[in-house]
Ligand binder design. Structure first.
Ligand code: HEC
Length: 244
């Protein structure tokens, strides 16, 4: 019996927080309470909007997000920009249209572009590609130590978290890199968390929906178990007190 209980506690703890047993790369990944963690966790729309702003104004200079379409910014469970804002957001960018063989301004059905800088990875799936992705990204952005060195003709920047301690990305966030429209203070702490949440949404846009569906399935299974229990009891009731 004890073993069964331990087993269930183990299973439930994985379910509630699937990050409990995973280990990070070299430095220590900070533990951050993101709104989307746990069984009931969902994205915080305002945080995703702030993260989009940080991504647009800071990261997009180098990094692409090529698996995400502008229209996704309006999807339920995401940043949920109203349609006219999605249009306006897309229209800021010029993209090459092979049909026109020319550039035109982007429309909602177009995708964010690929990375602008060689070696800067596309960030669409980054939050899923690293262990504890969102926390890893947040911590990475906070782990610079302002050291620099040159190696094989390129500059490397000291970062406590990055494997080896040196990364080819210059420190992108310092604090007050953007001005938030909702009045939130744009500290390094806040911005790094917001952009990581945004990248998590980019990598897993259907998380809210998936959790809702999962939760409904669990409820249904519980209901079914209860029904089965009583059906079983009722079926065997006539035989229960009969002497053999
Ligand atoms: C000046 C260009 C530049 C900017 C701006 C920039 N990055 Fe990077 N980023 C890079 C490059 C180059 C790499 C590859 C680093 C390496 O391989 O050492 C990288 C790598 C990364 C990685 C991958 C780290 C890993 O584990 O491999 C993440 C995550 C990342 N950047 C996030 C961001 C975020 C978030 C922002 C905006 C806040 C940002 N970057 C802004 C150039 C940039």
């Amino acid at each position: 019996m004890k073993r069964i209980i331990t087993f269930w506690i183990f299973l439930i703890s994985i379910f509630v927080n699937n990050a409990v047993f995973s280990a990070g790369p070299t430095g220590k990944i900070e533990n951050i309470d993101f709104s989307f963690e746990g069984v009931f966790g969902t994205y915080d729309k305002n945080q995703l909007q702030r993260g989009l702003q940080v991504f647009t104004e800071v990261c997009a200079g180098c990094h692409g997000l090529k698996h995400v379409a502008y229209r996704n910014l309006g999807d339920p469970g995401g940043p949920e920009l109203p349609p006219e804002q999605v249009k306006a957001y897309a229209a800021q960018f010029d993209i090459y249209d092979p049909e026109l063989d020319d550039e035109r301004s982007a429309i909602p059905s177009d995708y964010f572009g690929d990375s602008m800088v060689e070696n800067a990875p596309n960030l669409s799936l980054m939050a899923k590609a690293r262990v504890k992705g969102p926390e890893y990204i947040t911590t990475l952005l906070r782990s610079y130590n302002e050291e620099e060195k040159e190696q094989a003709g390129s500059v490397l920047y000291g970062n406590k978290l990055y494997p080896g301690g040196w990364i080819a990305m210059a420190q992108p966030l310092w604090g007050d890199d953007v001005e938030y429209m909702d009045g939130t203070e744009a500290s390094l702490e806040q911005q790094s968390e917001d952009v990581a949440a945004f990248l998590m949404w980019a990598a897993e846009p259907k998380l809210n929906v998936r959790k809702e569906t999962g939760f409904r399935a669990v409820l249904l299974l519980m209901l079914l178990s209860v029904l089965l229990y009583f059906t079983n009891k009722k079926l065997w009731a006539p035989y229960k007190n009969k002497k053999a």
